[in-house]
Design a protein around this ligand. Structure first.
Ligand SMILES: NC(=O)c1ccc[n+]([C@@H]2O[C@H](COP(=O)([O-])OP(=O)(O)OC[C@H]3O[C@@H](n4cnc5c(N)ncnc54)[C@H](O)[C@@H]3O)[C@@H](O)[C@H]2O)c1
Length: 349
């Protein structure tokens, strides 16, 4: 028997291939099973992956329950549409599997809490696909902040602009409130999470507005555009805009002001650098593509395996990532009610 952790993937669509590749590239993991809506779909995805990956011996399960019952599988990746994440993540945890869950973790607070309770009770390791944390540009910014290159941060902004239309398989379910949910739940959560990550504190208040373009060319059944402003416990103020009906190339601008400098994506102005004449550009891989094949899932799966092997909690565990989704729900509530939401009161309800 292999000493690698066996992985099972549920939902063999677009993102699943990147999970497959990232596990296959990790020395401690091996994909042993997959399942999806139909067996044919799983087989077709494996056939597609076999061009670049070893798919030999990967079992196609007819049902998720059968995959969970397989003792050769110790890790489950949930890559299905959002409304299925809670039940599938909870079932995986109760079956004693470590779990990787795609964003959005859950579409509402009640289901988020159910997932948290299940993984806490099971004591399994978890990670949530807010994988921008492993993008080199984000790592550059975080290390500049950690080294105090712009001093104490007082303002932080990140935005998500990515037109999600019929050219993506997920569009058919993503346009519905039952699956897509909101601009942030659909995808803008990556940017809201980045604001939280860089601000380094707890959000205390959020105020948001949402709309749909008059033409609504992409046929969203909920407002695909949201802008929110945020107040953090440490005094930082922030902003996050998200548009998934945006027309233009994928765009994820990041702006951070500190009392000793300024960061604009991979550009830096720092009072700590004497003689600086203009913004310094740090060559890196930018956060500038909505194609999942360009996303840094390797870092995510490597962190999950490291946490399992060395018995650690991931910095993107369900309980840590939950803090981003709590703000997402509060922002959406604010946009609906047209008022500022205090996070503590929102969570206490
Ligand atoms: N982290 C990221 O950057 C990122 C990028 C893309 C997608 N995602 C997320 O990944 C998830 C999947 O998105 P996608 O783009 O791959 O969607 P997709 O539509 O391409 O794939 C979803 C798959 O789930 C399958 N499925 C549907 N119902 C099922 C069921 N009951 N049981 C098992 N499988 C079922 C579908 O048949 C399909 O194969 C979503 O939550 C999405 O938000 C995340």
């Amino acid at each position: 028997m292999s000493d690698k952790y066996g992985v099972g993937i549920v939902g063999m669509g677009w993102v699943s291939g990147e999970h497959f590749k990232a596990y296959s590239n990790n020395e401690h993991a091996q994909v042993r099973g997959v399942c999806s809506l139909t067996v044919d779909e799983s087989k077709a995805k494996l056939a597609e992956l076999s061009a670049t990956q070893c798919t030999e011996g990967v079992e196609v399960f007819a049902t998720y329950e059968e995959m969970l019952a397989c003792p050769e599988i110790q890790i489950v990746s949930v890559c299905s549409p959002p409304s299925l994440h809670p039940a599938q993540a909870i079932a995986a945890a109760r079956a004693g599997k470590h779990v990787c869950i795609e964003k959005p973790l859950a579409l509402n607070l009640a289901n988020l809490r159910r997932i948290q309770q299940a993984v806490d009770e099971a004591g399994v390791k978890t990670i949530v696909s807010l994988e921008c944390h492993y993008n080199p540009e984000v790592q550059v910014i975080k290390s500049l902040l950690d080294q105090g290159m712009i001093g104490e941060v007082f303002q932080c902004e990140a935005d998500y602009y990515h037109g999600i239309g019929p050219w993506y398989a997920q569009w058919s379910w993503n346009i519905t409130p039952q699956e897509g949910g909101s601009s942030y739940l659909s995808a803008g959560c990556h940017a809201l999470d980045a604001v939280r990550y860089f601000a380094g504190s707890r959000v205390t208040e959020v105020s948001a507005f949402a709309n749909t373009s008059r033409s609504n060319n992409l046929k969203y059944q909920y407002p695909p555009n949201t802008v929110c402003i945020l107040k953090f416990e440490n005094g930082v103020i922030g902003k996050c805009a998200s548009s998934i009906e945006y027309i233009g190339p994928y765009y994820f601008p990041i702006t951070i002001n500190g009392d000793a400098g300024h960061i604009r994506n991979n550009q830096l102005w720092s009072n700590k650098i004497k003689g600086q004449q203009g913004m310094a550009t740090i060559p890196t891989i930018m956060l500038d593509s909505g194609d999942v094949t360009h996303h840094p899932f390797q870092g995510e799966m490597d962190e999950l395996l490291d946490c399992i092997v060395n018995d650690k909690e991931s910095h993107l565990s369900v309980n840590n990532a939950a803090k981003t989704f709590e703000v997402v729900y509060a922002a959406d509530q604010s946009a609906k009610e047209g008022r500022t939401i205090r996070i503590e009161e929102f969570l206490a309800k």
